[in-house]
Design a binder for this molecule. Structure first.
Ligand code: PLP
Length: 395
C-alpha cells in the first residue's frame, strides 16, 4: 500500500483477489434486489443464503442463526441494545469489561444514560478479565454479559469458555465481540455456550461495511432497524449482496488457511517481539506473553498471532505511530477509532499503565501478507524513532 510497510492488520486488511473476484458479478452483472420475484433476484437470494451457510459453518452455527449487518459496530449495537431493550424494563444490568472496543463501551454508556445499569469488570496486567469480579457481580437484575473474544489493542484472548460456563449457569445472555478473533482462531459457539457473537469482514481480507451477528435460536432480541422483513425480520434493509458474498469468500479462505496462517504470523510476531525486547532498552510488552505457536493451542496461547504492542519509557511528547509513518511504516496507537485522540488508550490504562507510558505506545498487527524482511525493516525504523524521541524528550 503506497510503498509503506503495512503493519496495521487489526485496523483493516487488504481485500484478497479471490474475494474481489467473488464479489464482482454481483455488482455489474447481476445487481438484482434479492427480495424480487424474478430469476436474477432468486440467484442473488441463493448467493446470500450460500454465504450465510459458509459463515455459520465456520463457527458451528445453523445458517438461520446468522444475521448480516454492516460490520462489527452494528453487530455490537444490535446484540447489546437489542437484548437489553427486549428485557422486562430499564432496571436491568449488563456486565462488560473495561477493555472492550468502543463499539461496546460507548453502546453501554448510551444505555446507562437511558437508565440501564452497567458494570465494567477489571482486567489483570495482561488484560485478562477478572472472572471472580465478573461472577460476584451477577445478580437478579443482570440480563447479559458482553466480553470480547480477543482484544484489538493488546491481542489478549479472554477465557471465553469459562465465561460461557458462568453465563449458562446463571442463565444470562452471553454476547461475544469476536471481531478480532473470527477467522484467526477456531470458534465453536455451541461448545463455548455463546448466545450472540459479532463478526466483521474487513478484518479477514473481506470488504468493509459488512459483518454478521450470530443469534442463537430462541434468543430474545429486538430489531434495531425497522422496515422490510429481510434477515428473518431482524435487520431491515436491502442486503449488501456483493459484500455478503465477499465476506463469505474471505471467511472460507480464512478457515481453510487458519492453521498455516496462525503458525506463519505467530513466527513473525515472535521474531518482532524478540528483536524489540533485545534491541530497545526500557520497553514493556503489553498483553499476554504466553505463546505455544500452535493453532490447536490457540485458546491457551492467550494472544492473537499477529499482535505486538509495546510501551517505551523516557518519551514525554510526540506520537510513535506518526513518527513511524514518516519512516514508511503503518502502525497504530491502539484502535483505529481513537487514532485522532490524544487521550491514553483505555485498554492500557486498565492494565495499570501510567498516562505517560500509555501515550508512548505503539501497536503493530501483522498479517499473512507480511514478510520477515518487512518486520526487520520496521524494527530498524522503530529503533531510530525511539532513540530520536528519547533524545528530544531529554533536551
Ligand atoms: N470490535 C472490535 C474488537 C474491533 O476491533 C472492531 C474494529 O476495529 C470493531 C468491533 C468494529 O468493527 P467494524 O470496523 O466492522 O465496525
Amino acid at each position: 500500500m503506497n510503498d509503506c510497510i503495512y503493519l496495521d492488520n487489526a485496523a483493516t486488511t487488504r481485500c484478497s483477489e479471490k474475494v474481489l473476484e467473488a464479489m464482482l458479478p454481483y455488482m455489474v452483472e447481476n445487481y438484482a434486489n434479492p427480495s424480487g420475484n424474478y430469476a436474477s433476484s432468486m440467484e442473488c437470494r441463493r448467493a446470500v443464503e450460500e454465504a450465510r451457510a459458509v459463515i455459520a459453518g465456520v463457527i458451528g452455527a445453523a445458517p438461520e442463526e446468522i444475521i448480516f449487518t454492516s460490520g462489527g459496530t452494528e453487530s455490537d449495537n444490535f446484540a447489546i441494545k437489542g437484548s437489553m431493550y427486549a428485557g422486562a424494563g430499564r432496571q436491568s444490568q449488563i456486565i462488560t469489561s473495561k477493555i472492550e472496543h468502543h463499539a461496546v463501551i460507548n453502546t453501554c454508556k448510551y444505555l446507562e444514560k437511558e437508565g440501564f445499569f452497567v458494570k465494567y469488570i477489571n482486567v489483570d496486567r495482561y488484560g485478562t478479565v477478572d472472572l471472580y469480579q465478573l461472577q460476584s457481580n451477577i445478580s437478579r437484575i443482570t440480563r447479559m454479559i458482553s466480553i470480547m473474544y480477543a482484544n484489538n489493542e493488546i491481542g489478549t484472548i479472554e477465557p471465553i469458555e469459562e465465561i460461557g460456563n458462568i453465563a449458562a449457569y446463571y442463565r444470562k445472555i452471553f454476547h461475544v465481540d469476536a471481531v478480532q478473533a473470527f477467522g484467526q482462531i477456531p470458534i465453536d459457539v455451541n461448545k463455548l455456550q455463546i448466545d450472540l457473537m459479532s463478526m466483521s469482514s474487513h478484518k479477514i481480507h473481506g470488504p468493509k461495511g459488512v459483518g454478521a451477528l450470530y443469534v442463537r435460536k430462541g434468543s430474545g432480541i429486538e430489531s434495531l432497524l425497522h422496515g422490510g422483513e429481510q434477515e428473518f425480520g431482524l435487520r431491515a434493509g436491502t442486503e449488501n449482496v456483493a459484500g455478503i458474498v465477499g465476506f463469505a469468500a474471505a471467511a472460507k479462505e480464512a478457515a481453510a488457511n487458519m492453521n498455516d496462517n496462525f503458525i506463519y504470523v505467530s513466527k513473525l510476531r515472535n521474531h518482532m517481539i524478540n528483536r524489540i525486547m533485545n534491541e530497545i532498552p526500557e520497553c514493556r510488552l503489553n498483553g499476554s506473553r504466553v505463546d505455544t505457536g500452535r493453532v490447536e493451542n490457540a485458546i491457551r496461547a492467550k494472544r492473537l498471532p499477529g499482535n505486538v504492542n509495546f510501551s517505551f519509557a523516557g518519551i514525554n511528547e510526540g506520537s510513535i505511530p506518526l513518527m513511524l509513518d514518516t519512516a514508511g511504516v503503518c502502525a497504530s496507537s491502539g484502535s483505529a477509532c481513537s487514532a485522532f485522540s490524544e487521550a491514553p488508550s483505555h485498554v492500557l490504562e486498565a492494565l495499570g499503565l501510567e498516562e505517560k507510558l500509555a501515550l508512548a505506545s505503539v501497536r503493530f498487527t501483522i498479517g499473512n501478507d507480511n514478510k520477515i524482511e518487512e518486520i526487520d525493516r520496521a524494527v530498524d525504523e522503530l529503533k531510530i524513532v525511539i532513540a530520536q524521541m528519547r533524545e528530544s524528550s531529554r533536551a
